[in-house]
Design a binder for this molecule. Structure first.
Ligand SMILES: [Mn+2]
Length: 350
C-alpha cells in the first residue's frame, strides 16, 4: 500500500494521505452548503501552533460565509489570548443542521482530550507519528499529514490559499504565531526553507513578526529565570557528550512561584547546550515533574537520532526532531532512563 522510503517510520504508513488540493475542494463544497457548519478542534494543553492553526482556519472559513466554532479542552493559555480573543469575537457559530469536524495539529484522538470521541472528519497535521502506528494515528475520512512541515500553520496557510481565502493581517498574525512557536523562533531542528518562506509571506501579509517573536521568545519573568538556573545546575552529559539532559521538580515550580507548570517549558534552555568542544550534541532531554511523581519528558534530536522513535519506546510520540512522553516516577530516575534510551539510539544509528 505504501512505497518503501528507507525510513522505518515512514515505511509503516497506515494509509495514503489526501492531497491538500483535494481537501481544499472538499471543504469548499461544504462551505457552499448552508446545511453544514464547522467545528475546529485542537489538542489539549494547546501551544501556539494548535491555537494559531485552529483560529486562522476558522477565520478563513468564516470569511467565506461559514458558521465556525473553535473547540478545545481548557482555557486558552494567557500568552496566546492576545490573538485568540480577538478572533473569537469575529466567529459566528450559527446553528447549522449538520457539523463537519476538523482537527488541526493533533496526532491522536487521545490528544483531543475530552473531545476524543467526537468523530473527526478532516485531519490536518504535521506530526510524523500521525502516520505510523495505530496508537499514534488519528483516524478520519479525510487526512492530510505533512511531516516535512515545521508547523501546522504552514499547512493551513497553503490550504487557505488553495481555497482563495484572502490572508488578512489577523490571519497572518495567527499563522505567524503558530509558525514561530513551533520552530522556536527559527532555532529548532525542524526549521527549513519552507518555514522561512512561509514566514516571509506572512510578513508580506502584514503579520507583526517582530512583536510576535519577541512576545514568545524574549520576555522572561524572574521566576522563569530561576527555573532556568535549576535546569543549568542539574545538567548531565553522557560519557560521549552526545546526550545532554536536565530536570526540574514540582518543588522548583512552587519555589519560583510558577503557578502554571504546563506553560513553562524549559526545553529551549537545555536544547542550546552543546558539547564541551562546541559541537552539537545529538539528543537533548528535559524531564519536568508537573505534579509530585508525574513527569513530562521532552526529547529533541539531530537526525539520524530520532526523537519520535525514542519517545515511542516510552509510550509517547511527536516529530523526528522533537517528541515527548509522560512518565510516572522520580524525575531524576526518569532522566537517567531516557538518557540511556537516547544513548542506545546514538549507538545504533549514529
Ligand atoms: Mn505543531
Amino acid at each position: 500500500m505504501t512505497e518503501k522510503t528507507g525510513n522505518p517510520l515512514k515505511d509503516n504508513l497506515m494509509e495514503k494521505e489526501i492531497p491538500l488540493e483535494a481537501i481544499a475542494e472538499k471543504l469548499l463544497d461544504y462551505v457552499g452548503d448552508s446545511v453544514w457548519g464547522f467545528e475546529i478542534y485542537y489538542h489539549k494543553r494547546p501551544d501556539g501552533d494548535a491555537l494559531g492553526s485552529a483560529y486562522a482556519l476558522a477565520l478563513g472559513l468564516s470569511s467565506l460565509g461559514a458558521c465556525v466554532k473553535v473547540i478545545g479542552n481548557e482555557h486558552v493559555p494567557e500568552m496566546y489570548r492576545y490573538q485568540t480573543e480577538a478572533a473569537e469575537r469575529i466567529l459566528y457559530a450559527g446553528n447549522a443542521r449538520r457539523t463537519l469536524r476538523i482537527a488541526v495539529d493533533t496526532a491522536t484522538a487521545h490528544r483531543l482530550g475530552r473531545n476524543s470521541e467526537v468523530g473527526i472528519d478532516f485531519v490536518l497535521d504535521h506530526h510524523v507519528t500521525n502516520l505510523i502506528s495505530e496508537d499514534g494515528h488519528m483516524p478520519a475520512p479525510y487526512r492530510h499529514v505533512e511531516p516535512e512541515a515545521a508547523s501546522c500553520a504552514e499547512i493551513i496557510l497553503k490550504l487557505l490559499k488553495l481555497m482563495r481565502v484572502p490572508i488578512t493581517k489577523q490571519i497572518a498574525d495567527l499563522l505567524y504565531m503558530g509558525l514561530v512557536t513551533d520552530v522556536s523562533c527559527f532555532r529548532s531542528m525542524s526549521t527549513n526553507a519552507a518555514s522561512l518562506e512561509a514566514a516571509a509571506e506572512l510578513a508580506g501579509c502584514g503579520a507583526d513578526i517582530v512583536d510576535i517573536g519577541r512576545h514568545h521568545y524574549m520576555r522572561k519573568t524572574p521566576g522563569q529565570i530561576g527555573m532556568e538556573k535549576e535546569v543549568y545546575d542539574r545538567l548531565v552529559f553522557s560519557d560521549d557528550n552526545e546526550v545532554i539532559g536536565s530536570y526540574v521538580t514540582a518543588l522548583d515550580y512552587a519555589h519560583h512561584s510558577i503557578t502554571d507548570p504546563e506553560l513553562s517549558d524549559f526545553m529551549n534552555t537545555v536544547d542550546q547546550i552543546c558539547k564541551p568542544d562546541k559541537g552539537p550534541a545529538h539528543a537533548h532531554v528535559l524531564v519536568r515533574e508537573m505534579r509530585p511523581g508525574v513527569c513530562r519528558v521532552s526529547v529533541t534530536s539531530r537526525l539520524p537520532v530520532n526523537a519520535a522513535r525514542i519517545c515511542g519506546k516510552i509510550g509517547g510520540g511527536g516529530h523526528d526532531n522533537a517528541a515527548g512522553a509522560e512518565m510516572d516516577g522520580d524525575p531524576k530516575n526518569i532522566l537517567e532512563e531516557v538518557m540511556r534510551l537516547c544513548r542506545q539510539e546514538v549507538e545504533e544509528y549514529l
